[in-house]
Design a protein around this ligand. Sequence first.
Ligand code: CO
Length: 150
Amino acid sequence: MEQLVKKISLILLGLFATSVYAGDCDINLEATTAMAFTTNEIIIKKSCEEVTINLKVNGTLSRTVMGHNVVFTKKADMDAVVKDGIAAGLNNNYVKAKDKRVVVATQVIGGGESTSVKFKPIAFNTNEPYVFFCSFPGHSSIMKGNVKFN
Ligand code: CO
């Protein structure tokens, strides 16, 4: 009997751990009215089958004047992706079409709006440094951070 209780407790603990763990696969990121992200580091759990990035933009300015997105690339690719993104324009969410250097990117949104994008952590080569940034023209020098894996 005691062993059975122990067993059931372990099963319940396991269920609890799973539900907590599922929450860790959501990453919530905000763009402030000071043109900054609320964090300069994003941690991606390799154990998540799928991760959801939720981007929320504060303020009231439209996406045409003060739009924000979040783009993930290798650190080494960031500058070139930003440059090509500016050339691609807002209609392409400031990301070059079918850019293979971009692991994942959200659309560009304005103040008061939210967007989400899902990706699989397996899309990252975790031996290399990755960054996230906003590719809206002029933003990536401030709106950027490092991606870490655990
Ligand atoms: Co921005």
